[in-house]
Design a protein around this ligand. Structure first.
Ligand SMILES: N[C@@H](CCC(=O)N[C@@H](CS)C(=O)NCC(=O)O)C(=O)O
Length: 209
């Protein structure tokens, strides 16, 4: 049985959706970031960066970093078909865009949420946030152009990449209206994923209806 460390309203939701779509049994361990539970010494031993999510595998080892968790779950449950087989060109594209979004969009979200971590200038937080918002928009735009007819990246087959995009699309840097206007294919992907029977309850508990 897997153990998923995290909480709602964080990127734990993608790991939870991945486990649900893979039909992998898991237990949840609440690490409420809003109550600073990620900052304990006990949790630092699980995730040295003191962030959520973290996943304990059935053998007791720990995987951190959301995309690594998604890729592991896909490979450990190949029957669920949540990523193309390793070594194929389709898998290279899947991993390419997953890493692209983690490095550029998710990390821009970090700069928007915690600007003080990215500047030593006590008056510089607003500039960090504004630059991060523009950086996020630019990289969402690059992925929007890479999306085909959809609704998912690989047409009608859901992949871990789509689960990650569904999550990121809930936190666009700017207004919802401008995101819908600039990234209609990403919005359609996310809207298709969010009503899947296994993702819908996770969407509801994290983002409402
Ligand atoms: N690189 C990490 C980032 C995870 C992340 O951003 N986690 C946020 C919640 S969504 C967090 O734990 N924030 C608390 C903090 O950084 O202090 C991953 O991909 O898993």
């Amino acid at each position: 049985m897997y153990k998923l460390y995290g909480t709602t309203h964080t990127s734990t939701c993608a790991a939870k959706a991945a486990l649900a779509e893979a039909d992998a049994p898991f237990e949840e361990v609440e690490i409420a970031t809003r109550k600073q539970q990620h900052l304990t010494e006990e949790y630092r031993k699980i995730n040295p960066r003191q962030q959520v999510p973290s996943l304990m595998l059935p053998d007791g080892s720990i995987v951190t970093e959301g995309p690594a968790i998604l890729l592991h779950v896909a490979d450990a449950h190949p029957g669920a078909g949540l990523a193309p087989p390793p070594g194929t060109s389709a898998r290279a594209q899947h991993d390419r865009w997953l890493i692209f979004l983690a490095l550029n969009v998710n990390e821009a979200g970090q700069r928007m949420n915690y600007p003080e971590r990215f500047t030593t200038d006590s008056n510089g937080k607003q500039a960090v946030e504004e630059a991060a918002r523009a950086y996020m928009d630019r990289h969402f735009g690059i992925f929007e152009e890479a999306l085909g007819n959809g609704p998912y990246f690989f047409g009608t087959d859901l992949s871990m990449l789509d689960i990650y995009v569904w999550m990121l699309a809930q936190w666009p840097g700017g207004s919802k209206d401008s995101f819908e206007a600039n990234c209609p294919k990403i919005v359609r992907l996310a809207d298709t994923a969010k009503v899947r029977p296994k993702i819908a309850p996770i969407h509801e508990e994290n983002f409402g209806a």
